[in-house]
Design a protein around this ligand. Structure first.
Ligand code: ATP
Length: 318
């Protein structure tokens, strides 16, 4: 089990991370979700042992990890980090890159392993291609395969699918995350994509300005977002007064997602005037105004600008 206790971490005088605590069981997948610059990569670099953690500790199976000041070569052997700048050799072929991470003692076994890894990242067709001739997304897939070559116990992935097109991304994510589960490889992924975090993680750690904003299962996170920052990861959420939808005297607000608002036949407290309709494939995202506040809701048809509707709240988030 990996136990992360980061009390605080600073680059020079600037504090980047504070109070980040979580544990990761074998085969578990935790996503670190946060906006650009909030410290996701720094957490991965501390865990991997590239940065020295002065205030806090990281334990693996009860043993404290020493960090870069006490090891000759920074980086733990049982972990692999796939960084944003993937470190692969440009003037060798894809297969040679992977082979350089295998034992070299049994050629037949190594070839089999290379084929399996290329199948996982869907790069079989590029086996004999020089890395320098690959696209950014293809290089990213080779870097993933390379990290898996030696069957690490923990895989740290920094925005692993950032260069991969949507067309291929979903299938690749399913394949890789299922492979990790099957092999019981624990994984921590830094991402700003909520779809990926919700679909494939056991836990999500949401960071804000380098601190723990929320930690829990994907279902817990999605159903408990309360602020604009938290909701912002999940699309165009509305922050609305609770008293619009139920009897309360407080000024409490709630997060209401566009799919939770429906046009009502009856008069409601939420009377909106339509600004614009955006086609989203299976529905339209409607931008409207209520009391000078922008309200987004989903509707099956496009709605004419300046038309007025009453909206009701459908209290189910998924
Ligand atoms: N070596 C460094 N020296 C000083 N500051 C750094 C260093 N590396 C990162 N930072 C700063 O630390 C903060 C966190 O950076 P980090 O790369 O961890 O964020 P991130 O959430 O991974 O961002 P992104 O999603 O854009 O990759 C940023 O403000 C960044 O500018």
């Amino acid at each position: 089990m990996l136990k992360v206790e980061i009390d605080s971490f600073s680059y020079s005088e600037r504090t980047i991370l504070t109070n980040i605590y979580f544990t990761l069981k074998p085969g578990e997948h935790l996503s670190i979700l946060g906006e650009s610059g909030c410290g996701k990569s720094t957490v991965l670099h501390l865990i991997y042992g590239l940065l020295h953690l002065e205030f806090g500790s990281i334990f693996y199976n009860g043993k404290k990890l020493l960090g870069p000041t006490k090891t000759l070569i920074p980086g733990e052997t049982f972990m692999k980090l796939v960084a944003q700048e993937f470190n692969i050799m440009p003037f060798t072929t894809v297969a040679e890159n992977l082979a350089s991470h295998l034992s070299g003692l049994n050629q037949e076994k190594d070839t089999q392993r290379i084929n399996t890894l290329l199948e996982v990242v869907e790069m079989e067709a590029f086996k004999n291609t020089l890395v320098k001739n690959l696209s950014g997304g293809q290089k990213q897939r080779v870097a993933l395969a390379k990290a898996l070559a030696n069957k690490p116990e923990i895989l740290l992935l920094d925005e692993p699918f950032s260069n991969i097109d949507t067309f291929r991304k979903n299938k690749l994510q399913r394949k890789i995350y299922n492979y990790l589960k099957e092999k019981q490889i624990s994984c921590i992924t830094a991402t700003h994509e909520s779809d990926e975090a919700l679909a494939y993680s056991d836990q999500i750690l949401m960071l804000k300005d380098g601190s723990n904003e929320m930690l829990g299962t994907p279902e817990f996170i999605y159903n408990n977002v309360k602020t604009e920052y938290q909701a912002g990861f999940f699309g165009e959420a509305n922050i609305l007064p609770k008293k619009l939808f139920c009897k309360t005297k407080t000024d409490e607000t709630i997060v209401v997602f566009p799919h939770q608002l429906n046009i009502s036949d009856k008069k409601t407290k939420l009377e909106v005037s339509i600004i614009q309709s955006y086609f989203k494939g299976d529905h339209y995202l409607i931008e409207s105004h209520w009391n000078a506040q922008t309200i987004f809701f989903n509707h099956r048809d496009s709605l004419a600008t300046n038309n007025v509707y009453f909206l009701s709240f459908f209290n189910k988030k998924n």
